[in-house]
Design a protein around this ligand. Sequence first.
Ligand SMILES: [Zn+2]
Ligand SMILES: [Zn+2]
Length: 408
Amino acid sequence: MKRSLCYACALALLLVACTLPAPVMAPGPAVTQAFPAGTFDLRTYQGTMAGVSVPKTLAYTFLDDGTYAVTGNGFAMGSGKATVTGNQVSLKGTFLDGTCTEEGRYSWSFDGTQLALTVVQDPCADRQAGFATAITKHVAAPAAPVAITKLPDLGTTKSLTILPLDEVKAVGNLKTEERAVSYLVKTDNATVLLDMGANSKNESPSPLESNMQQLGVKLSDIDTIVISHEHYDHAGGWARQFNGTFSMGNQQVDLNGKRVFVPRPMTYPGITPVVADHPMAIAKGVATIGTLPMTPPGFGPEQVLAVNVEGKGIVLITGCGHPTVPKIVERAKMLFDQPIVGIVGGLHYPEKDATLLQSRADYIKSLSLQLVAVSAHDSSPEAIAAIQQAVPAAAKDIKVGQPIVFGQ
Ligand SMILES: [Zn+2]
Ligand SMILES: [Zn+2]
């Protein structure tokens, strides 16, 4: 009896022990809030761009891999690396596309919605001004999926001539720019101006206008305009990019009567450009493959021109090639029954690493193209040399004033 009482007693003691509150632990080190990934909108402030006073609304997208992208007024402005050490973050990369590449250091705190950045040291005055107040996390609505269907009624062109009008290299005394793209694409039925150069010194006439004059190309010859993407070296300058428009020179000439295709909503006096957010035919034998997102994310979209040359196949004409060549080729293969036979323009291969460039060149070679012309405006001389070596029979130079003829 005494024994069973002891069992009951032990059981009662155990039950009491289980219902007792857990012992209070001594407080450990405070949990540090991780530096947040996501897009943050900065406040709008008045700044100067290419000598023009414009309101700027900057947004930073911080990615999990420690990189970031900057957009200004919704347009791509720069990118770099964000290195977090304790309560400080260092930002290093292009800011306003190279106008300031210095490192900036900030102390940071994040409350789940707002990221507050206080300057420790930063030589980029614009970045400091943008960070002057806490920046708020922005949750973007998911983009509606675009249906990609074949373009069966594209037709063909017997002739294709691509005449570079603004580029890094030129023949004779035609004007060049360090970073710029503008090509006149002529087919049997259409004359398309792809991109408008950079006019980086705000000259009048601009390098594009001057070269057009010297080469005898008149505005009235052009029936269609395609802006590949909003970057300043394609839209005709920084002020154009920042204001969501484009221009051939210091004055926005009358484009009434021309068909204009842009990669995202852009404005131009007197006309309403068509947003090519999906593939569409723009002339007989000529199409835009529609926009593809750029890399890194946070940047705007880019469209690529496709020309169907009779008896040969599709020639792709690119601006910067930001979506990456494999993705551009993959989209084109979905759209057309004809083989992809050529790529002309910016491929965005700025690297110099020999192993990486060899893999790029091998990839281009695997496409079995008949025409490959790589723009020097966003690819390194080493990349161009590697590709030209890989496909010697197909390789052509891109120079202002030197037409690239494919087809009859
Ligand atoms: Zn670009
Ligand atoms: Zn470019």
